[in-house]
Design a protein around this ligand. Sequence first.
Ligand code: NAI
Length: 254
Amino acid sequence: MTETAMRVAFVTGASRGIGRAISTRLAMPVEKGGGGRHVVLVSRSAGPLEDLRSSIEAEGGSASVCACDVGDRAALAAAVEGVVKERGRLDILVNNAGITRDNLMLRMSDAEWDEVIGVNLTSAFVAIRASARAMMKQRFGRIVNIASTSGIVGNAGQANYAAAKAGLVGLTKTIARELGSKGVTANVVAPGFIETDMTSNLPPSVKEQVSSMTATSRLGKPEDIAAAVAYASSDDAGFLTGQVICVDGGMTMC
Ligand code: NAI
């Protein structure tokens, strides 16, 4: 594939944690173990994304920056459409941006519910809808939605988050059925407990407990998730669709 035809990936929540690892893995040159993609780095503010772009380019990779709040439907759709217009293609969409607003269900406010559903679930629908025509026209697309084992087995205090993540599973399977014959695949990667800013405030006792619940006796790293996304978004993964890949050290085995 030539430079101009380099596959283009759009990764939300790219500024840190899992999204940063996914972006780095996809953008690194092939000879350095990466995917050799051009990665559009998406997050709310440009500053941290510029730092990531510089480090990707320093390694010989290709990336661009897109500041966008994925909770703003119109802005997100415009960002996706802008990439298609500017780069002439969009091959890989990774819906990774996510937030938590944990509370026990009886105490959960409408605002906590709405915000988590909007950022974690509705944004994926909006980005997929905005990308689908370009992918169908290319007869190639890879959609990867980052869910959570909370959406598979539930988690006390996370009614909003688990509902959003479970919603991603149904959305993904439906998209897989609607777009499969056009060369577009859709899969979920469902992380278990991964050490990022999202989980950094949990007490050591909770981390030890979670670690002991895995078959691997350790917590996950962002790179563990990036490796699964690299495969699900690769050209080789054309027969993998509608799947939920739990990357959780064997915690749930479901
Ligand atoms: P993080 O909190 O470290 O990073 C989240 C990223 O999303 C940041 O780049 C943030 O700026 C971006 N983001 C949040 N709201 C946004 C918005 N409205 N618009 C644009 N960007 C926004 O989180 P982490 O841990 O890297 O999680 C990434 C994904 O993985 C999330 O969807 C999360 O639910 C999921 N996940 C994480 C697990 C963990 O243990 N860390 C476990 C299971 C799933």
